[in-house]
Design a protein around this ligand. Structure first.
Ligand code: NAP
Length: 358
């Protein structure tokens, strides 16, 4: 009986020790960047009321009431960049610009083309047209069946390209597999390519003379600016090299004088590269690939990834909670980059209309 009781006490002691070690690990910010670190001096009052029933040599019942006081401590807590808030600011600007154009007799027009019945694409298209209309943009939906031919879609793009009431054309991606997506994008007149994916517009970004910037990277840059992140001179790591996100993102950061490393699935030493970065942009589409422990204390972390977790919830490419304990600023998923992508589409569209006035 006594031996059993001793074993229980020892097991409890080990459990308590493990709990303490876990808490210490969770709090330890590692090597701290003093420029970014927020010092925390706090007082924690803990009131414990418990009933203890124990069986040892005898049987005992006791009541424990304790008050603990702790002073001090250090945490690095990221500022969360609220994409919805920044997107709302962008939308206010867009609304003012559409009103100014309306005063000059121009109604901004956006044509949104959806081919097939992919449910996620349908949701995106609905949200984009709703946003546009809220900002005074005349958004029209063009829905085509999934078995539309390449020639059929090209014909619609040509018609919209020639329509003076349409300032921006957006073909929702991905297209069904039988389409040559590059050829469809190349058929959009560059001055109406508000998604910023036409080779001419991408090339202009590469030249540092952008006309329309791809919406997601543009949104990331706006978030960095809103977060007060100094890009010039910073060391930036972009994970993912897609034409949609990673490559234009790397170019925008380089144009803003960051020193950029573009990583992809063949990159070795990903953790070390991320750990050295002042700015991390994760756009890989792999849930929580970027571990919180990799993040340099005080770094800016922009999570582009949208993944579905095992519980059905949306999660990003970054291990959020652990990264937020080290980063200086961080975007959540959802509610970070996503709303900014949509807002930047509206900004490109109003710009397209403004450019027609010279
Ligand atoms: P993508 O075309 O599939 O490209 C993924 C990139 O990630 C590729 O360059 C790939 O490398 C790289 N990659 C994959 N696994 C990797 C690994 N283990 N380590 C390092 N790099 C790896 O995807 P995407 O269109 O760029 O989108 C990326 C993510 O962003 C997705 O989750 C997507 O849903 C999301 N997204 C969000 C928004 C938004 O508005 N929030 C907009 C667009 C995309 P390789 O080139 O070597 O294959």
């Amino acid at each position: 009986m006594v031996q059993g009781s001793v074993r229980v006490v020892q097991a409890r002691r080990r459990q308590r020790q493990r709990r303490i070690e876990r808490r210490v690990d969770a709090r330890d910010p590692g090597p701290v960047d003093l420029d970014r670190q927020r010092r925390w001096i706090g007082i924690r009052i803990r009131i414990r009321i418990g009933i203890r029933i124990g069986i040892g040599i005898g049987i005992g019942i006791g009541i424990r009431i304790g008050i603990g006081l702790r002073i001090g401590g250090r945490v690095v807590t990221a500022t969360v960049l609220d994409g919805k808030l920044v997107a709302a600011l962008v939308k206010d600007e867009v609304r003012a610009r559409t009103q100014a154009l309306a005063a000059r007799g121009v109604t901004v027009g956006l044509a949104v083309v959806l081919v097939g019945d992919d449910p996620a694409s349908a949701v995106y298209v609905k949200a984009k047209t709703k946003d546009a209309r809220e900002c005074g943009i005349d958004a029209t939906d063009h829905r085509l069946p999934a078995d539309t031919s390449q020639a059929g879609l090209l014909a619609l793009v040509a018609r919209l390209g020639a329509d003076p009431r349409v300032h921006g054309i957006l073909v929702q991606l991905p297209l069904p597999k039988h389409f040559d997506t590059d050829a469809i994008i190349a058929a959009i007149p560059p001055h109406k390519d508000v998604d910023g994916l036409h080779p001419e517009n991408l090339g202009r970004v590469a030249q540092g003379k952008p006309r329309f910037t791809a919406c997601t990277p543009a949104g990331c840059m706006r978030l960095l600016a809103h977060g007060g992140v100094t890009v010039a001179g910073a060391s930036a790591v972009v994970l993912g090299r897609s034409v949609l996100v990673g490559k234009p993102m790397a170019l925008l950061l380089a144009n803003a004088d960051a020193t950029v490393t573009l990583c992809h699935s063949k990159t070795r030493d990903l953790a070390e590269r991320v750990a050295a970065a002042d700015i991390v942009i994760a756009a890989v589409g792999r849930p929580e690939l970027v571990r919180g422990a990799w993040i340099k204390p005080g770094a800016a972390v922009i999570d582009v990834g949208i993944n579905r977790g095992a519980d059905g919830k949306l999660i990003g490419d970054v291990e959020y909670a652990a990264a937020a304990a080290r980063a200086g600023v961080i975007t959540p998923v959802p509610g970070g980059v996503g709303p900014m992508t949509r807002a930047c589409l509206l900004e490109n569209t109003v710009r397209a209309a403004e450019l027609t006035l010279g």
